[in-house]
Design a protein around this ligand. Structure first.
Ligand code: SAM
Length: 383
């Protein structure tokens, strides 16, 4: 299956119109995990050099980000076999979520198994495929075919040759102690572009699971106040756990629909709108199901958040708008909408991506050019 088949035809066409001859490269990159896997040092608790030595003691190979002083990355391993590799082994078929994990180096657990060749018994070498047939890894069965299909827990296949491998860090002591947060490089740029002041009132309108909120708190040295909003109760619960793990203390979590933000009657110094989006920039994608129709609907949805943000920002306040998607409508077109609402674009203090499609002063990250997730950042001021 070629990378092209991973995208609906309407979306392929959309990418060709928007990105021209670069569209193919972009789609091929989206199919693979990021080349450099980033974590953010939690400077509320440690320093980069201390964390680097702890990680080295765990046998890992952390590297310093040349761009951000709290950034550490690990090189991706792989691809460990070519796209046309056919091991010819009995097949275990995993669901999309489990396949994506195996594809990046995780083990396969029974709840993720959809089907397995009947003859498979523990100890057999097997190949693992996603629901559409893509080979994501090879491993040794820990269960019989029947067991791995019916069990609701337990290791089904010990993956010995995943297509790619990213480090798994969540079991480390340094993770439990809250010394770092796994966060992509462009996501880490966002809090810097916001430039929060230590005594300011910041609103994060789409905060869960708290990646950017906790980074902002870190830049504010746990001072001032951040109101972090999300409409998902489950995701807010996760956010609360993460903020506790990281030792963040200046955040008030609010469960509400951010489109109603003006009803709170608050005037913030700075607002982050890390908008819910079509997430077309997230890597890796075994396949994509969104189409240009989803892009249009989501761009419309985002305008409600923008209207609410403009009303809740004090005069001269700063709004940072970001998405993890590649479309024009959710990015530059929405920035044009903001310019029509009395906001002015501002320079970004960290600029390591590319300029926008038809607006220079915004920052775009392309998976093929910058070897990151696809991402977009704009900084505006209410004048
Ligand atoms: N900023 C987060 C971070 O860095 O970890 C990621 C935010 S994610 C891109 C978008 C979030 O918007 C989701 O957690 C989703 O639950 C939330 N969301 C979607 N619609 C919302 C609404 N109407 N009001 C508030 N939050 C909403």
């Amino acid at each position: 299956m070629s990378y092209e088949d991973a995208f609906p035809p309407e979306l392929r066409e959309y990418y060709r119109k928007l990105f021209g001859s670069e569209a193919g490269e972009i789609m091929a990159s989206l199919r693979t995990p990021v080349e450099k896997y980033y974590i953010r040092v939690n400077t509320l608790k440690t320093s980069r050099s201390k964390l680097m030595s702890l990680l080295k003691k765990e046998g890992l190979k952390p590297k310093r980000s040349p761009y951000l002083k709290e950034g550490i990355y690990f090189d991706r391993e792989g691809p460990n076999f070519p796209d046309d590799y056919e091991p010819g082994l009995p097949v275990v078929r995993a669901n999309k979520f489990a396949s994506e994990s195996v594809y990046q180096g995780a083990m396969l657990y029974a709840p993720g198994v959809l089907q397995a060749d009947k003859k498979i018994k523990p100890g057999d070498e097997v190949e693992i495929r996603d629901p559409r047939g893509l080979l994501v890894g090879v491993g040794i069965a820990s269960m019989s075919a029947k067991e791995m299909v019916v069990s609701t827990r337990g290791l089904a296949v010990e993956v010995t040759l995943p297509k790619f491998k990213l480090p798994s860090l969540n079991e480390l002591e340094s993770f439990r102690e809250g010394l770092f947060y796994a966060q992509s490089l462009p996501s880490m740029v966002v809090a810097h572009v916001l430039e929060p002041g230590e005594e300011e009132l910041i609103i994060d309108m789409a905060a869960a699971p708290g990646g950017k909120t906790s980074h902002i708190a870190q830049l504010m040295q746990n001072r001032g106040e951040i109101i972090a909003i999300d409409k998902s109760r489950n995701r807010l619960k996760k956010t609360e756990e993460e903020l506790n793990r990281l030792g963040v203390k200046n955040v008030k979590l609010l469960h509400m629909d951010s489109r109603k933000l003006p009803e709170l009657g608050i005037e913030a110094d700075r607002i982050l709108l890390d908008a819910p989006c079509t997430a077309l920039g997230i890597r890796p994608k075994l396949w994509e199901s969104r189409t240009p129709k989803d892009i249009e609907a989501t761009a419309r949805y985002q305008k409600h958040f923008i209207n609410a943000a403009v009303k809740s920002l004090r005069k001269d306040g700063v709004l940072v708008y970001s998405t993890c998607t590649l479309s024009y409508e959710e990015n530059e077109a929405n920035v044009r909408y903001m310019l029509g609402k009395g906001l002015k674009l501002e320079e970004q203090s960290v600029f390591i991506g590319s300029h926008g499609i038809d607006i220079d002063g915004v920052q775009r990250f392309y998976p093929n050019r910058h070897l990151t997730q696809g991402f977009f950042i704009a900084r505006l001021r209410k004048v």
